[in-house]
Design a protein around this ligand. Structure first.
Ligand code: SF4
Length: 348
């Protein structure tokens, strides 16, 4: 289902636009230099929307200064205080992430909603397994229904006061529950969905959990913006997000390195070559397939759809293009010669 388009400081989320990559700063927001430094690093890596936490008035005030020194939209994450939410908006954030259920009384929700409308910004609401509304928890237990009903209740609270540039999330640290919840949510709302697995853990497992959950959703056309949550440097979240989007075919402009796992037929160091080629080509934004194959017997045939490839034998390698062998090179010259061909094809 096509979702509604919303603007986050000019970056469009939803409505079939590209899936936007987000991350969140780990710095104290009021430490402006450190926060700006982290955001600029994330921007360089490909982050398209950044979120910061607002815990006090210093954090809210810092937003103005931070915004003047960065180039991507900034989302302020506020809980419990409607005054801080209003202050963050007045200091220029492009979107707020709030939970109307914990922001205060009905009049507090209205005050924040009015401020969102007056500044024409967007908002994210949502639930995660730790913040499901009591009434739904009691009625349904901890499952996709209570997650979705909680999120939709927040949506309704904002709609009541005229806010409708809303992104919604329903996160869990459980992969299967995350997928089920977003599938249900997607059937029930047209608002764009912010997808992610929450508290996914440290790098390796977090990337696996996020790839499985977000990959399944994205392949079904669910998800308009994503965050890969990793307990590590946030820049790793961006690398992981980009790889997920590439793996599901939503980002085609990259060098896809095809390499076989090798087997007993491999008589050269194709693993090292594959790593070097991946590292070298990662920064290029071009749609190409480059193969590094373990043996000349099966390699060129198995990788015949690639734009360029190399396969090795005991003391020589063959370089091939579109499945046809171009030339044979000695093992000692293989790296230099293959990288020459890579540069040619990259600059083509
Ligand atoms: S290409 Fe050759 S070395 Fe690689 S897995 Fe296939 S048979 Fe083994």
């Amino acid at each position: 289902m096509q979702t509604k388009k919303i603007s986050v400081g000019g970056v469009i989320v939803g409505g079939g636009e590209s899936v936007k990559i987000q991350s969140m700063c780990t710095t104290k927001t009021s430490s402006v230099d450190a926060t700006v430094k982290q955001i600029l690093e994330l921007e360089k890596a490909g982050c398209e929307i950044i979120r910061v936490s607002v815990l006090d008035e210093e954090d809210a005030k810092a937003i103005k200064n931070i915004k003047s020194r960065i180039n991507i939209p900034l989302v302020a994450d506020i809980h419990f205080s409607y005054k801080l939410a209003i202050s963050a908006i007045e200091n220029g954030c492009d979107k707020v992430r709030i939970n109307p259920g914990n922001i205060g009384s009905e009049s507090a929700v209205k005050a924040v909603a009015d401020c969102i409308s007056a500044h024409k910004i967007s908002v994210r609401v949502g639930s995660n397994t730790g913040s499901i509304e009591k009434e739904y928890l009691q009625k349904y237990g901890k499952n996709e229904i209570s997650l979705v009903e909680s999120a939709l209740k927040s949506v309704a609270m904002l709609e009541k006061y005229g806010v409708d540039d809303i992104a919604v999330s329903v996160k869990s640290s459980d992969v299967s529950l995350t997928v089920k919840a977003y599938e249900l949510l997607s059937a029930k709302t047209q608002y764009p969905l912010h997808i992610g697995v929450t508290e996914a853990g440290t790098e390796q497992m977090a990337v696996v959990k996020s790839s499985v959950a977000l990959g399944s959703l994205l392949l079904k056309g669910i998800g308009d913006t994503l965050r890969v949550s990793i307990t590590d440097e946030p820049v790793k979240e961006i690398y992981a997000a980009k790889r997920i989007l590439r793996a599901v075919g939503l980002d085609k402009k990259f060098i896809n390195v095809i390499s076989c796992p090798t087997c007993g037929r491999c008589r050269w160091n194709s693993m090292e070559m594959a790593k070097k080629v991946t590292e070298y080509t990662e920064k290029f934004s071009k749609s190409l397939n480059i193969a590094v194959m373990g043996c000349v017997v099966n390699g060129p045939g198995e990788a015949k759809d690639c734009d360029l490839g190399i396969a090795g034998a005991e003391d020589y390698c063959v370089i091939f293009k579109n499945g046809e062998v171009m030339r044979r090179v000695s093992s000692k010259d293989a790296e230099t010669e293959f990288f020459k061909e890579i540069d040619l094809i990259l600059n083509d």
